[in-house]
Design a protein around this ligand. Structure first.
Ligand code: 7RM
Length: 670
């Protein structure tokens, strides 16, 4: 760091172009506030560096220390076994080998048995305005009831349970109840369609689905139960457990069971079994560069150690905090920072069911003020929407309870970062821009709020214990500001262990691109201060409003339509969503390519995957540009989709030039 400049006065605004302004903002640094550093767990850059060096010198000792903050039934005999796989049959590294634990005990029992028993664990607000608070003692009892009910429904350790729920306390209760009986869960985002749900249920062979009659979204009821009814037909599912949330009309069959009939009546006492540290905790599906989402498998001991460690460190968690991570539990961010991390750390978690602009664009700020939220963790796409909606909405509310802000899901452009800091954080709260992935399980690169001076748009430096580096294809480290692949050079406890049902794909996807490294799929550079600037994906994954989608997934959905001959999908920079989906479609002979067809195809994709995958734009083409070997030239299409003017205007960090060249060295696709 070229010595903390502290807060320099804002550059005078003038005729300067957006691009220049952006560079000036990127070069500013913001020191941690002294009051925060004074009580922080890591209180200076020197302390961070010492901790990083310590972890690098003795990773096993360092991670053992973090793991010992959980409740273990049997201690481990080896901290780590194995290393990154090199051959298709090599297993992933194993952590805390021989140790046994129950994740729900670390999240609940130990708090319910101590001074946090009557501390709020979950504070819930539904979209219609209904509220509920559950203390650790109460949440513990509810999870015990649910665990007993699941056992009563025939679920045993190792059976898969799909969860398709709105953001209500029962969603967290369902996850923790599964963890308690050793039944791995697979949470499917409520915005996914019944087809997408069905694929995931089939892939993991779920025995039970936990859902609700509906969930509230922008004043409407999302018909969750109806989607489940379609999805379970012809599947392995034996029972469907249904929470009454919206009291909407639902179809009922023999396999359906009401939550209030079996959970509310079950015993609140449950003696938990301990599971092997490597016992799977959950599988979460995420998009890769093929048409089929990957089931990312996480284990109990390693994942929970990592989630707990990062929650405490990155958010500098204190017992008085009210922690609000706005992610849905259907995404990994909801797993790690709504449920497992903060509850393992004994935090008070806020849970909000609905949309950020229901009933008005100030809903989030109203919630922050009424509940006294101290830590807010959200996504750049939401921040950009708030910016667009106008400063008058946050201005209506007292946001002085906030002490720390977080960002996750995609690169945050410096303008949005500055707005977040000033308008939401009152120029008082540090921002932690956290880089990580479904595969990494928890945060990997992030500032520590009491220690790391921040630069708008940079995720700054890797956390202690994380050997993240920017390298060339041959594994050599890139020089300052040289674009390269973002890799991790040593195992960490929370890393994924496999792709469900396809270990070969696991090894090929993550460990074959750069020898000896986990390759994340992102391009990045490090500046001369060693700060990481993530530039975006170099594979065929697009990031729409912080949600991962593969171009091939959307293409498969399009070509499944009877009027489509061929389709190619690319992302183009979008001011609000980061990237927007543009589809190039060749209709079948004799089909008229008109607006009606475009509308039909957009709706078709929403039915096949979910509204989040609906293309922003459909362009009809008689033929798609291809290489001589027949591969679609996506690079060309990306250029066409972005248009030459749009590129100059983009305020995202994505450096198209570097990304394109990385993408070429990544695959010979184009
Ligand atoms: C947590 C999550 C992972 C992809 C990842 C990146 C992008 C996430 C940041 C980011 C720049 C960040 N899991 N990404 N966080 N890019 N800065 N702080 O989002 O599996 O759904 O997505 O998201 O491309 O590879 S995820």
């Amino acid at each position: 760091m070229s010595a903390g400049h502290g807060d320099r006065p804002a550059p005078p605004s003038g005729e300067r172009s957006h691009a220049i302004e952006s560079v000036l903002v990127e070069n500013r640094t913001f020191d941690p506030p002294a009051e925060l550093s004074a009580h922080a767990q890591v209180a200076s850059l020197a302390d961070y560096e010492a901790l990083y060096a310590r972890a690098a010198r003795d990773p096993e000792g360092f991670w053992a220390e973090q793991a010992s903050e959980l409740h273990w039934a049997t201690p481990w005999t080896a901290v780590m076994q194995g290393g990154f796989p090199t051959r298709a049959t090599d297993p992933a590294p194993r952590w805390f080998v021989g140790g046994t634990l129950n994740a729900s005990v670390s999240c609940l029992d130990r708090h319910a048995a101590g001074p946090r028993a009557n501390k709020a664990a979950l504070m819930f607000e539904g979209e219609p305005g209904d509220t509920r608070v559950l203390t650790y003692a109460q949440l513990h009892r509810e999870v015990c009831r649910a665990a007993n009910a699941l056992t009563g429904l025939g679920i045993r350790a190792g059976d898969f349970v799909a969860i398709y729920m709105p953001m209500v306390p029962e969603a967290a209760i369902a996850m923790l109840a599964c963890a308690r009986i050793g039944a791995p869960h697979t949470v499917v985002f409520g915005g996914f369609s019944s087809e997408a749900l069905s694929d995931r249920i089939k892939d993991c062979k779920a025995k039970l689905v936990i859902t609700a009659d509906g969930g509230w979204r922008r004043g409407q009821i999302v018909p969750l139960k109806a989607n489940v009814d379609q999805a379970v037909a012809g599947s392995t599912v034996e029972k469907v457990l249904v929470l009454k949330r919206c009291a909407n009309e639902v179809a009922w069959s023999e396999r359906d069971v009401w939550w209030h009939d079996v959970v509310a009546t079950a015993s609140p006492k449950h003696t938990p079994a301990a599971f092997d540290s490597e016992h799977p905790l959950f599988t979460l599906y995420t998009s890769g560069s093929t048409g089929k989402p990957k089931g990312i498998v996480h284990t109990t001991g390693g994942y929970l150690t990592n989630a707990h460690y990062t929650t405490k460190l990155v958010f500098d968690l204190k017992d008085r905090d009210v922690f609000w991570c706005t992610a849905d539990i259907g995404w990994v961010t909801g797993h790690s920072y709504v449920v497992y991390g903060p509850l393992a750390a004994g935090a008070t978690v806020l849970l909000y069911e609905g949309a950020p602009n229901q009933p008005g664009p100030d809903r989030f700020w109203d919630i922050v003020a009424r509940w006294g939220v101290t830590i807010l963790y959200t996504a750049p796409t939401a921040i950009r929407a708030f910016m667009r909606w106008g400063d008058e909405h946050p201005a209506k509310h007292d946001l002085s309870s906030l002490r720390l802000l977080g960002s996750v899901g995609e690169p945050i452009n410096p303008e949005a970062w500055m707005w977040y800091r000033t308008t939401i954080g009152g120029d008082r709260c540090p921002i932690v821009d956290t880089w990580w992935q479904t595969e990494t399980g928890s945060i990997m690169i992030s500032p520590l709020p009491g220690a790391t001076p921040t630069k708008p748009g940079s995720a700054t430096r890797p956390l202690p214990g994380v050997a993240a580096e920017i390298v060339h294809k041959d594994g050599t480290v890139c020089g300052p500001n040289q674009g390269g692949f973002l890799v991790v050079r040593a195992p960490w406890p929370g890393m994924l262990r496999t792709i469900a049902g396809d270990h070969e794909r696991f090894v090929a996807t993550y460990f074959s691109e750069v020898a000896g490294c986990y390759f994340a799929g992102d391009g990045a550079r490090k500046d001369s201060d060693g700060y990481v600037w993530v530039m975006g994906r170099v594979d065929d994954v697009i990031n729409v409003a912080g949600h991962r989608l593969s171009t091939m997934e959307v293409e498969s959905a399009l070509v499944s339509h009877p009027k489509v001959a061929e389709a190619a999908v690319v992302g183009r920079p979008d001011e609000l969503k980061g990237q927007a989906i543009v589809a190039f479609v060749t209709p079948k002979l004799g089909v008229t390519a008109d607006d009606a067809l475009a509308t039909e195809l957009r709706a078709h994709v929403a039915t096949q995957i979910g509204a989040l995958a609906r293309p922003e734009e459909i362009r009809f083409a008689e033929a798609l540009p291809k290489t001589r070997s027949g591969k679609i030239m996506r690079r060309l299409l990306r250029e066409v989709a972005s248009g030459s003017t749009a590129r100059g205007d983009t305020t995202t960090l994505e450096d198209q030039g570097v990304l394109e060249s990385l993408a070429q060295s990544f695959s010979a696709d184009d």
